[in-house]
Design a protein around this ligand. Structure first.
Ligand code: ADP
Length: 193
């Protein structure tokens, strides 16, 4: 089943994890802006250095940088019929930028998956991930700031997709497998509705 999807949700909701397993199941690529930035950071590219100066403080990388990166990736052949965007769009401006990119490519979105998880669960999950992955943006202060940025910048785009009738909400609590099963089931219902 190929589909063009966006995955949204607060930091620590498991977007990256679910995007990966779902993409494998559907046989489509994931495009994760966060991991693209992290790979540039670890390779020490110019883009990586610029991105790090924002990411390390829990702030968003400037829109023009992120928009260009996504436009470039979405223009490649392997994502023409299906993809999961993880971490983009992340603010209202990026919603319009994505609209433009997709319309230039003459394709349309099939759905926006929102992974729900209570705020209390987020900090714990992220602190645990910090121990495993050693991410510079997973310290408690930066995590709290990222949650704030999410509520201020990212949460409003959920209303936009809701109004467009493209939003699908999925409970993100439980094990990876439980969430995946729930996700696949609601996605099938949603896409064939
Ligand atoms: P999480 O969802 O856990 O916060 P991500 O890996 O998605 O982690 O993102 C990590 C960081 O990368 C963000 O805090 C932000 O600085 C940067 N980033 C990722 N996607 C975007 C985007 N669409 N626009 C701006 N910055 C982004």
């Amino acid at each position: 089943m190929k589909a063009r999807l966006i995955m949204v949700g607060p930091p620590g909701a498991g977007k990256g994890t679910q995007a990966k397993v779902l993409a494998e199941k559907l046989g489509i690529p994931t495009i994760s802006t966060g991991s693209i930035f992290r790979s540039h950071i670890s390779q020490g590219t110019e883009l990586g250095q610029l991105a790090a100066s924002y990411i390390d403080g829990g702030n968003l990388v400037p829109d023009e940088v992120t928009d260009a990166l996504v436009r470039d990736r979405l223009s490649q052949d392997d994502v023409r019929d299906g993809f999961i965007l993880d971490g983009y769009p992340r603010n209202v401006h990026q919603v319009s930028a994505l609209d433009q990119i997709l319309s230039d490519l003459e394709v349309s979105l099939d759905g926006v998956v929102k992974l729900d998880i209570p705020d209390e669960a987020i900090v714990g999950r992220l602190l645990k991930r910090a121990q495993i992955e050693n991410r510079a943006d997973d310290t408690e202060d930066v995590i709290r700031h990222r949650i704030e940025v999410y509520h201020q910048e990212t949460a409003p785009l959920i209303d936009i997709y809701q109004e467009r009738g493209q939003l699908l909400q999925v409970d993100g609590t439980g094990t990876i497998d439980e969430v995946l099963q729930r996700l696949v089931q609601s996605l099938q219902d949603f896409l064939t509705r």
